[in-house]
Design a protein around this ligand. Structure first.
Ligand SMILES: [Fe+2]
Length: 177
């Protein structure tokens, strides 16, 4: 069960409440056994805090059998504290927005936080950690931020619509950060 936090800081403990929130968002959340897939090129990426294209290809090749089928494209994104332009990259994510395509991420390392505006206007944040496969449906109002580690490595899966640019809604984020 992913970690879900309410605006008042309360962590959802009840699996039924967590399931209801996930369902109301149309979210998919699954756990993958990363240890079984063990992408061999991940460790050098983490050690050097740098992702080369060929390492990304090797990571995707190692994960080929673990990733869900049926997606038109995939790549690997890696953000570290010393990534060039990290603050401006994060600023673009940390605004409420929607996409015309599903946003699907498999977290390989580090962690991140997806925030959501619920249908009733309430807001929640969901922390994603290695092994979490998250699908944010097209049109779901959300944001994304990193935690204090400022580190995440994730596979991005793309559907048939190649245009998943953020369309900002700029609903105020009510979490205190
Ligand atoms: Fe997004």
């Amino acid at each position: 069960m992913p970690t879900i936090i309410h605006l008042d800081g309360r962590r959802v403990q009840d699996p039924a409440e967590a399931a209801a929130i996930i369902q109301s968002l149309g979210l998919t959340v699954a756990g993958l056994d990363l240890a079984a897939a063990a992408p061999t090129e991940l460790e050098p990426v983490l050690r050097r805090q740098r992702l080369d294209n060929w390492r990304a290809e090797a990571i995707l090749a190692d994960l080929a059998n673990a990733l869900p089928p049926g997606y038109a494209g995939r790549d690997v994104v890696a953000l570290f504290p010393d990534t060039d332009g990290l603050d401006s990259i994060l600023a673009a994510f940390h605004r409420t927005h929607v996409h015309d395509d599903d946003e699907i991420r498999l977290i390989l390392a580090g962690e991140g936080v997806f925030g959501f505006v619920l249908p009733d206007g309430d807001q929640v944040e969901i922390t994603v950690v290695p092994g979490d496969l998250v699908g944010v449906p097209a049109g779901a109002e959300h944001w994304f931020r990193l935690t204090e580690s400022r580190t995440v490595v994730a596979v991005r899966l793309f559907g048939t619509n190649p245009d998943w640019r953020a369309r900002y809604t700029d609903t105020p984020i009510r979490f205190p950060h």
